[in-house]
Design a protein around this ligand. Structure first.
Ligand SMILES: [Zn+2]
Length: 286
């Protein structure tokens, strides 16, 4: 079933059209269930053929997301063949004592689900159409997902005044969630590692240097031939003056080389930690 990874319960409803009459998805229609429901109870309701109703998704009072109709098929939700062929629809539970008012958990899940749909279909923003005429007569940008309302198509209070007053806010909340919840691309991950790792490593090295000064201890390799060779192997000294003690300037240069090498090694190590095998070409060239 084509759908969202956020789904925790699936119950296929027989109540839907097959396909979408050739239309692409560009509308999201949030509906509101009067009173509370669970992901399971709503699924049972839509599973009955006699009910002749369904929605693509359901969100229960605890914010759990269920799927009842494949996104490839038009659901029977909005009393409009035109809308449902173009829309993903979501039935959202509301408060028992305040019909149409959504719990915070349910609203947050609606935002997350909306953003997930946007990411999967390549939408960069969400716009509330405002009314039926505007919905149907605007040349909407291809990168925008448009919010519509059930009550524009039928004599119903759905989605209720509570959500109706928040449609603009919902559009904004989903739009900002698109970026927030997005996975970093491989290039962005590499940039982030290359920018942040040196700062972190330098902070650690500063702390070690501070402790060394406090302990007033000479590094062991300073007077030992083997250790001097090891330092050369690590690129810390070029051994141009192997027979004398290094001058103060040479020591400073060696210390800086050691620091640069430590940072470079750390960047490579962190890259190896965060990039998968499929990205290993980057590690090789990095
Ligand atoms: Zn509705």
């Amino acid at each position: 079933m084509t759908g969202s990874d956020l789904v925790v319960h699936v119950k296929q409803s027989p109540n839907h059209y097959w396909g979408r009459a050739g239309q692409r998805i560009w509308i999201l229609t949030p509906h509101c269930v009067v009173g509370q429901c669970t992901a399971e109870s709503l699924g049972e309701l839509f599973a009955r053929p006699a009910r002749r109703a369904s929605s693509t998704y359901g969100i229960d009072k605890d914010g759990r997301i269920a799927q009842y109709v494949d996104e490839a098929n038009a659901p029977w939700t909005t009393s409009s063949y035109w809308n449902d062929c173009r829309a993903i629809t979501v039935e959202v539970a509301s408060d028992t004592y305040a019909p149409y008012r959504m719990n915070q958990e349910a609203y947050d899940s609606l935002v997350r689900l909306g953003a997930d749909i946007c990411r999967r279909y390549g939408f960069k923003r969400v716009i509330y159409a405002g009314n039926l005429w505007t919905l149907q007569n605007t040349a909407w940008p291809a990168d925008a997902l448009i919010l519509s309302c059930h009550r524009w198509f039928a004599a119903t209070a759905c989605p209720g005044d509570w959500l109706l007053q928040r449609e603009e806010q919902l559009a904004k909340d989903i739009t900002s969630e698109i970026e927030e919840g997005r996975d970093l691309t491989k290039e962005e991950t590499i940039t982030l590692i290359e920018e942040r790792t040196p700062t972190i490593v330098n902070r650690i090295l500063d702390e070690l240097a501070r402790q060394r000064r406090t302990d007033n201890e000479m590094p062991k390799w300073a007077g030992v031939e083997d250790e001097f060779d090891a330092a050369h192997e690590h690129g810390i000294t070029d051994k141009t003056r192997p027979n004398d003690f290094p001058t103060r300037l040479e020591s400073a240069i060696m210390a800086n080389r050691a620091r640069d090498n430590a940072v470079k090694a750390a960047v490579e190590t962190v890259k190896a930690m965060f990039l998968t095998d499929a990205d290993s070409d980057v590690q090789a060239t990095g």
